[in-house]
Ligand binder design. Structure first.
Ligand SMILES: [Zn+2]
Length: 219
């Protein structure tokens, strides 16, 4: 329907709308635009008990990210149709469909060159530990509209520097541990692992003593 396409047009690169719409109709997918979830960009739930396949996508993804996430979830659908639950969610079975379903979009010149490059590396990367997913995320972040002027990502901060999260808690950045960054929370003295790409507010010139003082005053 035209109104469905109009909705897709709000979230996708224009040149991808027809193909995505075609896939949704072909597989009878119920697409839901979701609130922003920090734990995931989208998800897929198989058709069962009379319900259609369901894909949800966060509303605040940029158009390229929205498309890549859609194809990611669609690959889960294809893998589920062929293998049922007898396969690893992001194993070879899923990956072959992700590669296959991504091809037409790569051929159609939808993505900017830097994004396209990272997608290709990401698609053929057999080892998730070498960070191709983070590299893709990094390059996609350049296309986000909502760039906050005060914010930065944790990986850009110097070690030992302080920052604040959206909920107001204060942290000190410690060292990188595998793909996560260890930080200590000044509020509860506990250790937390941050994604290198978590958006935070740097606290320049922050002294932890100052913070203790503040805490005392508050308590
Ligand atoms: Zn997945």
């Amino acid at each position: 329907m035209e109104s469905d396409k109009a909705l897709l047009r709000k979230y996708l690169p224009e040149t991808a709308v027809e193909a995505v719409y075609g896939a949704i109709v072909e597989k009878n997918v119920q697409l839901r635009i979701s609130r922003s979830r920090s734990s995931k960009l989208g998800d897929y739930r198989p058709a069962m008990n009379g319900k259609p396949h369901r894909i949800s996508l966060n509303h605040d993804l940029n158009p390229y990210e929205f498309l890549i996430t859609f194809v990611h979830e669609l690959a889960h659908l294809f893998a589920f149709e062929q293998y049922g639950r007898r396969h690893q969610p992001h194993g070879q079975e899923w990956k072959q469909y992700f590669q296959l379903l991504m091809q037409p979009y790569l051929k159609a010149d939808i993505f900017p060159a830097d994004v396209e490059n990272e997608i290709k590396l990401h698609l053929y990367d057999s080892n998730a530990a070498n960070g191709s997913d983070l590299n893709l995320k990094r390059v996609l972040q350049n296309y986000d509209k909502k760039k906050t002027s005060v914010g930065t990502v944790v990986e850009n901060l110097n070690e030992k520097s302080y920052f604040k999260t959206r909920d107001g808690r204060v942290f000190q950045k410690l060292e990188l541990r595998r793909k996560r960054i260890k930080c200590i929370c000044m509020n509860d003295n506990r250790l937390y692992l941050f994604s290198p790409l978590a958006l935070v507010e740097p606290l320049n010139g922050f002294e932890p003593n100052q913070f203790l003082h503040l805490l005392k005053k508050m308590g």
